[in-house]
Design a protein around this ligand. Structure first.
Ligand SMILES: [Cu+2]
Length: 133
């Protein structure tokens, strides 16, 4: 009886010895996660070139079919937030643009949008649209 009690007691005291370092380690980990001066949180800037697919003025975003962005992503069609919604004025599908892709904490948005070439006028319809009387 006495031996069994001793065994249980010693394993409990071993846990008591381990517990404070674990708590300390967790505290250090959570502090490290809150660090605000990590280089990964600085804005990264990339040059983007592509064609406007759609303009969403309401949500301040732009769907762009863009070329390769070395060091960030390969060519694809995807939406991007636009920092200044005024930059969307005058943009339309088919426009060729150049812009700065800014990535802050993994979130990307576009700045300094410049139209390289306006979209060609829509091809005339084969047959004129019919109007209901
Ligand atoms: Cu993309």
């Amino acid at each position: 009886m006495r031996i069994v009690w001793k065994t249980g007691n010693s394993s409990r005291s071993r846990w008591a010895l381990l517990f404070p370092p674990i708590v300390l380690w967790l505290a250090v980990l959570s502090l490290a996660g809150c660090g605000r001066s990590q280089p990964t949180e600085e804005a990264k800037r990339f040059q983007l070139q592509g064609e406007v697919v759609a303009v969403d003025v309401l949500h301040h975003s732009l769907v762009v079919n863009h070329g390769d962005i070395p060091g960030f992503m390969s060519a694809m069609t995807m939406p991007y937030d636009v920092a200044d919604p005024r930059e969307l004025e005058g943009l339309g599908p088919g426009d060729q643009i150049r812009a700065e892709l800014v990535v802050v904490r993994g979130v990307a948005h576009l700045e300094k949008i410049a139209v390289v070439a306006k979209a060609k006028a829509a091809a005339p319809l084969a047959s004129p649209p019919r109007h209901a009387p």
